[in-house]
Design a protein around this ligand. Structure first.
Ligand code: DHE
Length: 557
């Protein structure tokens, strides 16, 4: 038996591995170095390049590949063609195409081994069945043993669930007092938090597929159920339609490519659905991973973005036995996205196509594909009312130093709907997230993956009311400097603004990507744009995403 990510792989997977391209000229690594590189690949690379290394947000990293171009030409490439020293350079210093530099978090030897590792044939990861998922399910506190009323005096609406990425924990920070209310152990390389519609339960998912359900009604935040829903996972969402409040949770996995529906009160696994299949181009794909998921607020449906097929599946969860999926063709490779202000339309980045896809949630239909600058990366995006173009949705970009505004009101502003109405300058490319709040006049964008420390540590902010001016000027704020962490080995990356419930503060993480280095959360007064508080605590290890309970519960962004 062969082991992959702690699981035994059977004969089927091995024969699958044997059928994959044989890398005859691959460099070799000792079993220890190969296993350590495999771990780094899983932690740092698979998200963009895929477990099977076929590429998506990142490039194809197979040892050798060939493809027929539209004009009939055959193009060949592969990591072996790039060679050891070129690969080491790319891993160390990143590229302008959005690949971040790793020289600040990996040692020279690790980089050398990684360059060798990706010239070897990819391992075939094992499957993860409903039975496997069931075997990991732990109901720590059954429903009838949970509090029947709130047992604490905390203003739960203004709690922030903060991803402590490399600690495998979340910090629950009281937004009113800025004190840490509790630290909760979660999955490895924890990724995002989403709220149950009641606002009582936080669901936290890690890259290792572990989902933790935190009950906020106890005296201290308490994990009431845990399950390993996939082998490699990025997304989680809860049912939000009338009559289905807190009823279901859905987890989207990168590996195996599937989504899993679980009981919303206990996390008992109920249904596993594969997303393997044919892409928008008509080709079969072995690894169409589940990227962003949103829940319809009007219909019992989850919108599941399938990265490699370029399709959005509208999954009707009202009858799990006779599950209905409406599959909407959009473009490749789907990644992150969110609603327009009315929540009728779902806008999702098709990052490899440099497009934003729009789906009409009410009609269950494709609406538009909007051409944008390179590699849009919105998070859930930001909804503002533009002085000239009416309601617009914003995204920033990994591959360009702009913030793109797309018109979203086909009724009152049909001439602007689903068109790029304005491109604003961002202070750098390699941006991940934009943010605003319905009560704010500010639109913010970060650029945390920029290789230039000054740009990675700063944010751009525009006044929404000035966007109709001929040449609106942003303010660029050096948040990393304000955190005053001193010199660190890792670049101080300022990432993901998140508003408090009232919309008068925005919180930014200062993330060094390194467990042993200090980190901080900088709280900015939204009106004055001045630093209000810097939250520093040795328990705040590598903070990244922050999810305000009220805003996440109600999709406020
Ligand atoms: Fe994320 C959202 C995938 C790396 C922080 N990230 C998402 C979503 C996906 C995704 C599919 C949308 C989830 C949803 O809405 O249902 N992220 C990936 C990757 O594949 C990628 C590029 C590489 C990887 O190996 O995981 C990746 N993500 C990161 C990070 O390195 C970040 C910056 C830090 C961290 O903590 O991991 C990061 N991703 C986030 C955050 C969100 C997110 C904070 C949610 C934003 C929001 O406003 O909802």
């Amino acid at each position: 038996m062969y082991k992959y990510l702690g699981r035994e792989v059977g004969l089927l997977a091995l024969s699958f591995a044997a059928s994959m391209a044989f890398a005859a000229d691959a460099p070799t690594l000792s079993p220890e170095a190969k296993s350590a590189s495999g771990k780094i690949y899983f932690e740092r690379c698979a998200g963009c390049h895929g477990m099977l290394r076929k590429g998506a947000t990142g490039k194809n990293l197979e040892p050798a590949w060939s493809r027929k171009e539209a004009d009939g030409r055959l193009t060949e490439g592969g990591t072996q063609k790039l060679g050891q020293s070129r690969l080491e350079k790319i891993i160390s210093y990143g590229t302008e195409g959005g690949m971040p530099n790793f020289d600040d978090i990996l040692s020279k030897d690790e980089i050398k081994n990684m360059a060798a590792y990706i010239q070897m044939s990819p391992d075939a990861p094992p499957e993860w069945s409903l039975k496997d998922i069931h075997g990991t399910w732990k109901l720590h506190v059954p429903v009838d043993q949970r509090p029947t009323r709130k047992m604490n005096n905390v203003n739960l609406n203004n709690i922030f669930s903060v991803t402590l990425r490399d600690a495998g924990e979340v910090a629950l920070i009281d937004g009113d007092t800025k004190q840490i209310w509790g630290i909760v152990k979660t999955g490895y390389a924890v990724h995002i938090s989403r709220l149950s519609l009641s606002g009582r339960y936080i669901h936290v998912v890690g890259r290792d597929g572990r989902l933790d359900m935190i009950d906020l009604w106890f005296e201290k935040p308490t994990v009431v159920a845990t399950v390993k829903a996939g082998m490699e996972t990025r997304s989680v969402e809860t049912s939000k339609a009338k009559g289905f409040e807190d009823k279901y949770v859905i987890v989207g996995s990168y590996w195996p490519p599937q989504y899993t529906i679980l009981d919303g009160m206990t996390l008992e696994p109920l249904k596993n659905v594969s997303t393997r299949g044919v892409t928008v181009d008509g080709d079969y794909h072995q690894e169409p991973r589940v990227a962003s998921i949103v829940a319809s607020t009007t219909k019992p449906e989850f919108l599941v973005s399938v990265k490699e097929t370029g399709m959005v599946k509208m999954v009707d969860y009202s009858d799990l036995t006779n599950l209905r999926e409406t599959t909407i063709n959009t473009a490749k490779f789907l990644h992150d996205g969110g609603y327009d202000a009315t929540k009728r339309y779902f806008l999702v980045a098709a990052n490899a196509s440099n497009k934003v896809a729009v789906v009409d949630v009410k009609e269950g239909k494709f609406t538009a594909l909007v051409d944008t600058a390179k590699i849009p990366h919105p998070g859930r995006g930001a909804n503002i009312v533009h002085p000239k173009y009416g309601p617009v949705w914003a995204t920033s970009h990994l591959g360009a130093d702009v913030i793109t505004l797309i018109g979203t009101d086909p009724e009152k502003y049909p001439q602007h709907a689903w068109k790029v109405v304005q491109e604003l300058k961002n202070h750098g490319a390699n941006s991940l997230f934009v943010k605003t709040h319905p009560k704010s006049d500010n639109l913010w964008a970060d650029s945390p993956l920029n290789p230039d420390p000054k740009l990675a540590g700063s944010v751009t902010v525009y006044r929404v009311s000035e966007l109709g001016n001929p040449d609106p000027q942003p303010e660029v704020i050096d948040i990393a400097a304000a955190a005053n962490l001193g010199k660190t080995k890792g670049i101080q990356r300022v990432v993901q603004g998140e508003y408090n419930q009232n919309g008068d503060e925005i919180w930014y993480s200062v993330w060094t990507g390194n467990k042993t280095e200090p980190s901080a959360i900088v709280v900015i007064d939204d009106k004055t744009r001045k630093v209000k508080t810097v939250i520093k605590d040795k328990r705040l290890v590598t903070p990244t995403g922050k999810f305000n309970v009220f805003n996440t519960q109600h999709d406020v962004y």
